[in-house]
Design a protein around this ligand. Structure first.
Ligand code: V47
Length: 376
C-alpha cells in the first residue's frame, strides 16, 4: 500500500510536482518536461508509485493471451518497423482463414482468455476476410475476448471497403471484435511521424478513430513508441493528447509505452533505449495520464527484468503470456516469445505485488483444475 517512507528530493521542480500529486492536482505540460529532465529517478519513481498504489494497492494484473498476426504484408513502409513485407517479398506471409484458426487453437493449452490480433495493411485482402476471421474465431472460441485491429488497420480497412470508419467499426463489432489494441499511435507529432511512419494515418486521425470506437462502446488501449528521434516535448504532447481524449470518452483502458527496437529496421543506426529511460517512461506515463486506469509494462519489449522493476515505478500490468510474439522479435528482441502463467506470477510476487489474473476488461479470472471463469 502507499509507501510509508517519505518523499525526498533536491530538485525544486519535483518538490512542487510532489505537492500537486499529494493534492491530486493535474500535472501540466511543464511538469511533464521536468519529470523527463530530472536525474532524480528515485523521486520520480516515488511519485508514480504513490499514484499507482493509491489506485491499485499491490494488485498487479496479467492475462493469458495469444497473439495472432494474420499477415505481415503491408503497403506501408514505416521506418520503425521490421515486421512488414511487400507482397511477394521473401518472408511475406498471409494466413488462409483455416490457418489462422489453427494458429489460434495451437496456443489454447493454457486456456487463453484473449486473442490479440494485429497485422499489416494488405493491399488485396477484402474486408470480408477480416469479418470472417473474427466471426470464425468467435464461433470456435466463444469465451475468448477478441482484441483486434489497431486504429491504423481500421482506417485502412474502411478506405479499402469504401465505408466510413464508424460503419467499419460497427461491422467489426457485429462480427465479434470486443475491443481494440493500442498500436499505431507511435508519436502524434507530424514532424516525427514523417520520419518514422510516413505512410500511416496522422495523429488526429488515430485519435478520431479511437473516439469513434469508444462512442460505439468499444474499449481500446493506447501506446506510444519512444526512444527513436522524438524529444521530450513530443512525448509530453503525445500523452497530453491522449489524456484530453480520455477526458472526453473514458474509453481507454490501458496505456503501453513501447521502447523502440532498431534492429532490422531502416533506423538500425539508432541506439536502443536504456533501462533508465524505460522505467522513467513508465513513471511519467502514470503521473501524466491521471485518467487512465492502467499502465502496462509490456515485458516482451522491456524484458522481464525491467518490467518487474517497472511494477514499483508506476506500472500495474504486465500484459500476458503472449504466445508467439512476432513484431518485436523481427526487430531483434531477445526475450522469449511467450511466458507461462506461473512465471508471470513469480515475477509479480518477487516484486512484492499481488498477482491478479484478469480478462481483457480487467475482471478477475478464476481458474480451477477443470474450468476458467470470469468473476463479475
Ligand atoms: O504500433 C513496431 C510497435 C506496435 C517496432 O494494446 C515497434 O494491449 C518497437 O501496439 N520497435 C504494435 N516497437 C504492438 C502494440 C501492442 C503490444 C502489446 C500490447 C498491446 C495492447 C499493443 O509495436 C506498433 C509499433 O508502435 N513497433 N515495430 C519496433 N521495431
Amino acid at each position: 500500500m502507499a509507501a510509508a517512507h517519505s518523499f525526498q528530493t533536491d530538485d525544486q521542480r519535483l518538490e512542487s510536482i510532489h505537492q500537486k500529486v499529494i493534492a491530486r492536482e493535474r500535472l501540466d505540460f511543464d511538469d511533464g518536461l521536468a519529470l523527463y529532465r530530472t536525474g532524480d529517478i528515485l523521486a520520480v519513481g516515488w511519485l508514480a508509485n504513490h499514484v499507482r498504489e493509491r489506485m491499485h494497492g499491490d494488485q498487479t494484473y496479467f492475462n493469458v493471451n495469444r497473439h495472432i498476426n494474420p499477415t505481415n504484408v503491408c503497403v506501408a513502409a514505416c521506418r520503425l518497423c521490421a515486421f512488414g513485407r511487400k507482397k511477394g517479398a521473401p518472408g511475406a506471409y498471409t494466413m488462409a482463414l483455416e490457418e489462422a484458426f489453427e494458429t489460434a487453437a495451437s496456443g489454447y493449452s493454457e486456456a487463453v482468455t484473449e486473442f490479440h490480433i494485429v497485422g499489416g495493411l494488405h493491399p488485396d485482402l477484402p474486408f470480408q476476410y477480416f469479418l470472417d476471421l473474427v466471426s470464425g474465431l468467435k464461433q470456435r472460441f466463444p469465451q475468448v475476448h477478441l482484441k483486434a485491429f489497431t486504429m491504423v488497420e481500421v482506417a485502412y480497412l474502411a478506405k479499402r471497403a469504401k465505408l466510413s470508419i464508424a460503419e467499419t467499426l460497427q461491422q467489426l463489432k457485429a462480427a465479434g471484435v470486443d475491443s481494440l489494441p493500442g498500436g499505431g499511435a507511435e508519436i502524434f507529432a507530424d514532424r516525427i511521424r514523417h520520419i518514422i511512419c510516413d505512410h500511416k494515418i496522422d495523429g488526429d486521425q488515430w485519435l478520431e478513430t479511437a473516439r469513434l470506437a469508444h462512442n460505439l462502446g468499444l474499449r481500446s488501449n493506447a501506446t506510444m513508441l519512444y526512444g527513436h528521434v522524438e524529444n521530450d516535448e513530443d512525448r509530453v504532447d503525445h500523452l497530453m493528447r491522449l489524456r484530453a481524449l480520455q477526458d472526453e470518452t473514458g474509453g481507454f483502458q490501458t496505456f503501453i509505452p513501447l521502447a523502440f527496437h532498431p534492429d532490422n529496421t531502416p533506423l538500425e543506426h539508432l541506439p536502443k533505449t536504456t533501462g533508465m529511460l524505460d522505467v522513467k517512461q513508465i513513471a511519467v506515463s502514470r503521473l501524466l495520464l491521471d485518467n487512465f486506469p492502467h499502465i502496462k509494462a509490456y515485458w516482451q519489449m522491456l524484458t522481464p527484468k525491467i518490467a518487474q522493476i517497472a511494477l514499483r515505478f508506476g506500472a500495474d500490468d504486465l500484459d500476458g503470456t503472449v504466445i508467439e510474439e512476432k513484431i518485436y522479435h523481427d526487430a531483434g528482441a531477445t526475450t522469449p516469445q511467450g511466458m507461462r502463467r506461473q512465471e508471470l506470477v513469480r515475477l509479480i510476487r518477487e516484486a512484492g505485488r499481488e498477482p491478479v489474473e484478469r480478462d481483457t476488461l480487467y475482471r478477475p479470472v478464476v481458474r480451477t483444475e477443470t474450468s476458467v471463469t470470469v468473476a463479475v
